[in-house]
Design a protein around this ligand. Structure first.
Ligand SMILES: [Zn+2]
Length: 214
């Protein structure tokens, strides 16, 4: 499928339907529709939905780092991040109107978010210049990730509204999630305890250094 307008990027014989209810009211279910690159042994009855296990996201789901309200000054992390240093805010690159930031609660190593500086909830609220840079920064993120870690593929997408799974629904953000064959098996084993806490800061530096300048 060539379209990038849907979170369900890969072709599927199944109609587009919501994934089965998760046991937790997980923040952003982007990964719920991701394909399994390989079927894990003993995975039970297969269905149309692969799953990327992210136990490290529990802290987020349980409320750490969540805004207290919908306003820009109610703890919005995407309004806060640009006010910090690149290292503190995990900023990869700053544009005129948008910026790229590491997801503190990644689905996968190298999970980047593209955000407008303006506290907007909906994609249609971006003006023309913001839309252009938003798209440009998405492309640069993909390019930088290819340089740094050679993903086999990517999932891109936005969840607009809490009902669609947006964890921070009040501030628009585009996910860029690198994928590797077998990553759904790799992550639960080592992702939480050894790789991710270190990798988010390290990945930020690697991506910032590899960021393609205009
Ligand atoms: Zn905000």
């Amino acid at each position: 499928m060539d379209s990038i307008g849907s979170v369900s990027v890969p072709p599927s014989p199944e109609p587009v339907t919501p994934p089965p209810a998760a046991p937790l009211d997980a923040g952003e279910p982007l990964a719920a529709g991701l394909p399994a690159d390989t079927a894990p042994p003993g995975a039970g009855v297969p269905d149309a939905f692969g799953r990327l296990w992210t136990p490290h996201r529990l802290a987020y789901i349980q409320g750490e780092g969540k805004p207290t309200g919908p306003g820009a000054h109610e703890g919005c992390p995407f309004c806060l991040a640009p006010t910090l240093t690149d290292e503190e805010g995990l900023i990869v690159a700053r544009g005129e109107l948008v910026y790229a930031v590491m997801n503190l609660y990644p689905y996968n190593s190298g999970h980047v978010l593209i955000c407008p500086y303006r506290h907007l909830a909906d994609y249609t609220e971006l003006n023309s210049a913001e839309t252009a840079e938003f798209s440009d920064y998405t492309k640069r993120t993909i390019a930088a990730l290819r340089v740094v870690s050679g993903p086999h593929g990517f999932n891109l997408g936005m969840n607009l509204g809490s009902v669609a799974g947006a964890g921070i629904a009040a501030h628009l953000h585009q996910h860029v999630v690198p994928r590797w064959g077998g990553d759904t098996n790799f992550m639960p084993v080592v992702g939480r305890t050894r790789v991710l806490p270190q990798l988010v800061a390290d990945a930020r530096k690697l991506l910032a250094d590899a960021w393609p300048r205009a």
